[in-house]
Write a protein that binds this ligand. Structure first.
Ligand SMILES: NC(=O)c1ccc[n+]([C@@H]2O[C@H](COP(=O)([O-])OP(=O)(O)OC[C@H]3O[C@@H](n4cnc5c(N)ncnc54)[C@H](O)[C@@H]3O)[C@@H](O)[C@H]2O)c1
Length: 343
């Protein structure tokens, strides 16, 4: 039996990955570690906790005592790191926390991987480290040009991985994926934010004219790509994960209106709070990973429809989050002056 330490297991992609591994590999145990920040919820792991091959520890990845203790107690073989401060807009408000988790935390995990001779660490990163591109696609050789405190903190973590591999031969691989969507995503991110508001007939605040392009990946494809890299990737390498899912934000918003049967008048264009820091376009070339035998399996519009159905049927989960003071304070802070009474 192999034992994976999955950090960030109470968040969106980390919880989906735990489900994916437990279902795909009967020979795997999953040890979850999560600091349960505003983005990590015990309710997101409710089903996981029923599985005898899953167990959960609360704690921070930058806490060496916690990380070392778990690795020794649970005889961990692999680390898959999803733990991060992950929201661009929040990074404009409080960038220091991003450095702690996304840079110092990654360093702690790398050091533990080396110190305890683990088989491999996989660090989950993002296409946002490449910055923005007008035309062309991001390959793994594209220079890192992050434009927000979030993407800069992620680039810092990626470079710690690179240096650790070169200096100490630490067996680490890095993945960089586009914007994810699917079940269990915290409802401050664009898609679940808009879906949950539209279900309640509330207006959705769209930054600028909505012409920004994102390269969308259904979360199950991201999970399968990560697992493929964990099993087949070469230590020290970076692998982009993409599914040819480029869409403008306005096009995605209109698809949501159509799926939910809502009028165009629910779109409220607002000034872009990221200003110059808002990347115009992401576009991923995933051919390196595809050459290892991986393919995405989910088409964008069909997966979007499944996602809308999931949020429509799991209202208890997201309504509990919407009721939390932190969520309401964030929405008010960012959108209050544009949405008025319609918060
Ligand atoms: N969401 C996307 O579209 C996307 C795309 C590409 C890459 N990524 C990357 O994937 C990873 C997961 O993203 P997500 O969308 O699931 O994020 P998320 O915000 O939903 O989840 C992050 C989880 O990490 C936990 N966490 C935060 N700080 C921690 C710390 N110091 N120690 C332990 N746990 C901590 C939170 O409690 C939360 O459960 C991130 O590294 C992100 O950069 C996300």
């Amino acid at each position: 039996m192999k034992t994976l330490l999955v950090t960030g297991c109470a968040g969106f992609i980390g919880s989906n990955y735990c489900r994916y591994v437990l279902q795909k590999d009967a020979d795997a145990r999953v040890i979850g570690l999560d600091a349960l920040t505003y983005a990590g919820n015990l309710s997101t792991m409710h089903d996981l906790k029923q599985n005898t091959r899953f167990c959960f520890y609360p704690g921070k990845i930058q806490d060496d005592t916690v990380v070392s203790g778990i690795i020794q107690a649970e005889k961990v073989d692999y680390i898959v790191n999803f733990a991060a401060e992950s929201h661009n807009d929040r990074s404009l408000l409080n960038p220091a926390e991003f450095i702690q988790t996304d840079v110092a935390g990654v360093f702690t995990l790398l050091d533990a991987t080396r110190k305890f001779g683990l088989r491999r660490m996989l660090h989950v990163s993002t296409d946002e480290v490449y910055g923005s591109t007008i035309d062309g696609r991001f390959t793994e050789q594209t220079p890192l040009e992050p434009n927000t405190p979030y993407s800069a903190s992620k680039a810092g973590g990626d470079l710690q991985c690179r240096a650790h591999h070169i200096a100490y031969n630490t067996p680490v691989v890095v993945t960089r994926c586009g914007n994810n969507f699917g079940p269990w995503q915290y409802p401050e991110k664009l898609l679940p934010f808009f879906i949950t508001r539209l279900i309640d007939n509330r207006r959705v605040p769209l930054y600028g004219d909505g012409s920004q392009v994102r390269d969308w990946v259904f979360v199950e494809d991201h999970c399968s790509g990560i697992h493929h890299v964990l099993e087949h990737g070469e230590p020290g390498q970076v692998y982009n994960i993409g599914a040819d899912g480029e869409q403008t934000n306005i096009a995605v918003t209109r698809m949501l209106l159509e799926l939910l049967g809502k009028p165009e008048s629910l779109i409220k264009h607002i000034p872009d709070p990221r200003g110059n820091a808002h990347d115009r376009r992401y576009s991923i070339d995933a051919s390196r990973l595809k050459s290892l035998g991986w393919q995405p399996e989910h088409e964008f519009s069909a997966s979007l429809e499944c996602t809308v159905k999931w949020y429509s049927s799991r209202q208890n989960w997201w309504r509990e989050i919407l009721a939390k003071p932190d969520y309401q304070a964030f929405i008010k802070r960012f959108y209050g002056k544009y949405l008025g009474e319609d918060l």
